[in-house]
Design a protein around this ligand. Structure first.
Ligand SMILES: *Cc1c(COP(=O)(O)O)cnc(C)c1O
Length: 431
């Protein structure tokens, strides 16, 4: 693994592990893909994790739509069981909750894209986050989390984990002194998002890793908003990257999934607990993820370029009070983002120079973006966080987080940028 910036590494995720264990994408005893050094991220997005020759000479990975797997005779079942006891990734599958070849191909592709030893797919981004924290934390442990995280993640940490005696301190994003000050003897890990939601704060990974190393802590980054096209946190020494695959990675607003990438040791522990906790992805969903990932690079280029142009347009518009986009000089983390990221993603947050109801009128007047939560798909989506994610919070609390009624979150899709800009122009003129 390199420690340099943002280039996609040559790890195809398909080389046999040096300890002799099976490569992830060679289940069923078939030979792994030929060694393919020096592949770019886009080539990996198309090919990594997929065997070159598959059943029926299909060019695509088949959807192995099965709940269980059968054995030729009792002797082969016994030899599988014996092997399984010593080998975490056996060369065939046993039961659907423990593994599926279509899912494994998607996992190998995700691992290659993040430059990770392994990846685990789960049924949603939240399943990835909750399973990971459940496995890495025990009663009495403490961890540090940055504010401005996905609301359900904060909910899980502040209300759910506390029932198991696990406590959490939240600190302001970008305040590295506060992170360090929050560390106690029982602290086990630091969890952050980057870029965050909705203000797109970006973590200085080197600084975070330095703090964590000095205190012997693990680091986890929810990097859903960035994708491996824009940044690969593991290259900076972050232990685990978590993604809501629902968003950019799958990219088409048509499925829910999550993944965790990192070292084989941790993903294996997670895989084993997934077999107990049960938040698995079905093979058809894994197929759609494989399909979506093939165009990740093309889509991200369009999201990055289009969002930067739209952010600049909005910042210059007299009816817009403020824009948060890491690609703008005005963003508090512009320097960190420019240093660490190849692009700034497709999400823009901005405040309209108006009150809440007038902001809603602007949103209703937009003809191209659809109104709704979520992000990262080909269709542009627009929403007021005060009405979507924070509707049930008391307004005082909401405002203390900076979520004003006039705040808008826009997920820029892959529509033509000029069409989108013209649409925002006419909608702002109608307010
Ligand atoms: C959407 C999202 C999640 C949750 O993912 P699901 O797939 O909806 O469960 C977690 N973190 C971030 C940053 C997200 O945007």
């Amino acid at each position: 693994m390199t420690t340099s910036g943002t280039t996609i590494s040559q790890n195809t995720g398909t080389e046999p592990r040096s300890d002799g264990a099976s490569p992830l994408n060679a289940p069923n005893g078939q030979s792994p893909e030929r060694e393919t050094p020096s592949l770019s991220g886009q080539t990996q997005a198309v090919h990594a994790g997929e065997k070159r020759y598959i059943s029926h000479d299909s060019v695509t990975v088949p959807i192995v739509q099965t709940s269980t797997y059968t054995f030729e005779d009792t002797a082969s079942l016994i030899s599988y069981m014996e092997e399984h006891m010593f080998w975490d990734v056996p060369e065939r599958e046993e039961y659907g909750r423990y593994g599926n070849p279509t899912v494994r191909a998607a996992e190998a592709k995700l691992a290659a894209l993040d430059g990770a030893e392994d990846a685990l797919l789960l049924s949603s981004g939240m399943a990835a986050i909750t399973t990971t924290l459940f496995i890495l934390l025990s009663q009495g442990d403490h961890f540090v989390m940055t504010e401005d995280c996905y609301r359900r993640t904060r909910g899980f940490c502040n209300t759910f984990l506390t029932r198991f005696g696990i406590t959490c301190t939240t600190v302001a994003p970008g305040d590295y002194d506060a992170i360090e000050a929050a560390i106690r003897p029982e602290t086990r890990l630091i969890f952050s998002e980057s870029p965050t939601n909705p203000f797109l704060r970006c973590v200085d990974y080197a600084r975070l890793v330095d703090i964590a190393k000095r205190h012997g802590l693990r680091t986890i980054i929810d990097t859903t908003f960035a994708t491996p096209c824009n940044v690969r946190p593991l290259e900076y020494g972050i232990d685990l990257a978590v993604h809501s695959v629902t968003k950019y990675l799958a990219g088409h607003n048509d499925l829910l999934a999550g993944c965790v990438t990192g070292s084989f040791d941790i993903t294996t522990a997670l895989r084993q607990s997934q077999g107990i906790l049960g938040a698995v992805v079905d093979p058809h969903c894994a197929y759609l993820i494989l399909r979506g990932l093939k165009t990740l690079g093309l889509r991200m280029r369009q999201h990055n370029e289009s969002a930067l142009r739209i952010a600049r347009y909005l910042e210059d518009h007299p009816r817009i009070r403020r824009v948060w986009y890491p690609g703008l000089d005005s963003h508090p983390d512009h320097e960190v983002a420019t240093r660490t990221m190849a692009g700034f993603g497709g999400v823009i947050s901005f405040e309209v120079e108006a009150d809440g109801p007038t902001t809603s009128r602007f949103i209703d007047a937009c003809r191209i973006p659809r109104i709704g939560p979520s992000l990262g798909g080909v269709e542009s989506l627009i929403e007021q966080p005060a009405i979507v994610s924070y509707f049930d919070n008391d307004p005082e609390y909401r405002r203390s987080l900076g979520i004003t009624d006039e705040l808008v979150r826009l997920s820029v899709g892959i529509e033509d940028t000029d069409d989108l800009i013209a649409d925002f122009g006419q909608a702002l003129a109608q307010m």
